[in-house]
Design a protein around this ligand. Structure first.
Ligand code: SAH
Ligand code: SF4
Ligand code: F3S
Length: 477
């Protein structure tokens, strides 16, 4: 997608930054590739916006790029290896085009800092997640013949007033970052080191972004944070009001504010944290038809012992109580999870407790990983990575097998049911079929007939594969 086109569209919609600052193209093209979580993809849209303001047009064709930015992830060793192999591809490109500027952004940049310049000689820029406003300056430093680094983390930066340039957008669904950083210090996790302290974004700017998206025809937003349940505006981490003359906002209130933007705008959110997810939030989800009935509630392990070592802040029983509350307050709500197999000291008994928890919860989806030790984390400093790779992989395979079984069972219960589906695109296999998702986040494919992208359609399910439901449209909702 070319930013030039987007700029014209957004100006027509009254996008504030573009009005304040008319863009002069500088003739250079920016290519961004994103890895890792949704927050990174959302950040890349901030980067595109900052760069557009300085005249850079975004391109999806890496061959025409003058500046290449890789927005990277450090969550597991494999994520970093993927980026390193991609950098090797760009090494060849740089030989053909010596003026090509190559930058590493995001979590790997923050974790490795200047070390990355020594290890990856072709990299010109290293920019951490809180330094994206500085990118145009960093590029000009490189133009002047230097390497450029900014890895300062901030306690305040939320990029609140920057209207993101939507990259690879279907024009229907979009991300809105509501907070940055994480204060939780789960023992296995690198995020607090790469993203810094937790801070929430001004709720007014979040609502404004949702309103702008609605004006542009978007139908769904996903509110993003590493732990959305600890979103708080004008409230400190002890729960006290910072400025008594001003209103406060917590996550359930924020969701309500966004839900009220338009009944036609669907709201999703990620990630919920079992230790912080309150019944308040569940009641707000139940109250508003446009807040989706889908909660991603990562458990990580079914063993209280392991959870304790992971520093997750809850027990197996607490987690199961949260699941019970979801089932009671939002009947039919889909639930997904993340699970780590083979964390330090995990015994066969601990692993079996994870399996039994999965049997009990019956997750709709699960994102499963084997433990990968990360430098500087609590686990790396305190515990031995003592489960062998072979055992980690075997346990992971058992977790995946259980998940397949419950997803299959859940899919079968959908046969014959009718769901409200937001049409997001065409089926990968055929232009004659549309693809969308129901409130529970399940993908549904159905014959196109005269239905269009962006419409809400009632679809009756008549068949299913492992990950997708197949149906027939009944009518527009
Ligand atoms: N903030 C979210 C998770 C962000 S990271 C939360 O608290 O749930 C996404 C997932 O990656 C985690 O839920 C965890 O399952 C996995 N993960 C994080 N660090 C990992 C590590 N060192 N090894 C393997 N998986 C890890
Ligand atoms: Fe990592 Fe835990 Fe924060 Fe999630 S809550 S980002 S797992 S430290
Ligand atoms: Fe990866 Fe950073 Fe997200 S480590 S998972 S890109 S916060």
């Amino acid at each position: 997608m070319d930013t030039e086109v987007k700029i014209i569209n957004e100006e027509a919609q009254g996008n504030s930054i573009l009005i304040e600052s008319p863009i002069l193209q500088n003739g250079r093209k920016l290519y961004i590739e994103s890895y890792g979580c949704q927050m990174n993809f959302s950040d890349s849209e901030i980067v595109a916006s900052v760069m557009a303001k300085h005249g850079y047009a975004t391109t999806t064709d890496q061959h025409e790029a003058d500046v290449v930015l890789l927005n990277t992830c450090s969550i597991r060793d494999k994520a970093e290896q993927t980026v390193r192999s991609r950098l090797r591809d760009f090494k060849k490109k740089k030989k053909e085009k010596p003026n090509l500027v190559i930058g590493v952004l995001g979590c790997m940049a923050e974790r490795l800092k200047t070390q990355l310049l020594d290890e990856e000689k072709l990299v010109d820029i290293v920019a951490g997640p809180d330094s994206y406003r500085d990118l145009p300056r960093l590029v000009s430093e490189v133009d002047g013949g230097q390497k450029a680094v900014n890895v300062l983390l901030s306690r305040e930066e939320t990029y609140a007033e920057i209207s993101p340039v939507r990259l690879n957008s279907n024009g229907i669904t979009a991300f809105i970052s509501i907070m940055r950083g994480c204060d939780n210090m789960c023992a296995f996790c690198v995020v607090p080191f790469t993203r810094g302290r937790e801070r929430s974004r001004n709720p007014k700017s979040i609502v404004k972004e949702a309103q702008e998206l609605v004006a542009q025809g978007y139908k769904e937003v996903t509110l993003l944070g590493q732990n959305v349940d600890s979103y708080r505006w004008n409230i400190n981490n002890k729960g006290e009001i910072k400025d008594v003359s001003k209103p406060t906002t917590n996550f359930s209130q924020l969701m309500e504010m966004v839900a009220l933007v338009s009944p036609d705008l669907r709201i999703r959110f990620s990630t919920s944290h079992p230790k912080d997810m309150t019944d308040d939030v569940l009641h707000i989800i139940a109250k508003y038809e446009n807040i989706c009935n889908y909660i991603h509630l990562p458990v990580q392990s079914g063993s209280t012992e392991v959870l304790k070592r992971m520093n997750r802040g809850y027990t197996r029983e607490w987690y199961l109580d949260r699941i019970k509350a979801i089932r009671e307050i939002i009947p039919g709500c889909a639930i997904s999870t993340d699970i780590i197999a083979g964390f330090c000291g995990e015994t066969e008994k601990d692993h079996n407790e994870t399996l039994s928890l999965m049997e009990e919860v019956q997750y709709d989806y699960a994102f499963n990983f084997f433990y990968s030790e990360r430098p500087k984390t609590l686990a790396e400093r305190k515990f031995e990575d003592d489960v062998t790779l072979e055992v980690k992989k075997r346990r992971l395979a058992e977790i995946i097998a259980i998940q397949r079984k419950s997803a299959g069972k859940i899919n079968e219960t959908t046969l014959g049911k009718t769901y409200k589906v937001l049409v997001e695109g065409f089926s990968k296999k055929s232009k004659e079929h549309l693809f969308g998702r129901n409130s529970q986040n399940t993908a549904i494919v159905f014959p196109k007939e005269n239905y269009k992208l962006g419409e809400y359609v009632n679809v009756k399910v008549n068949n299913c594969t492992t990950a997708t439901l197949l149906g027939t449209a009944l009518n527009l909702t």
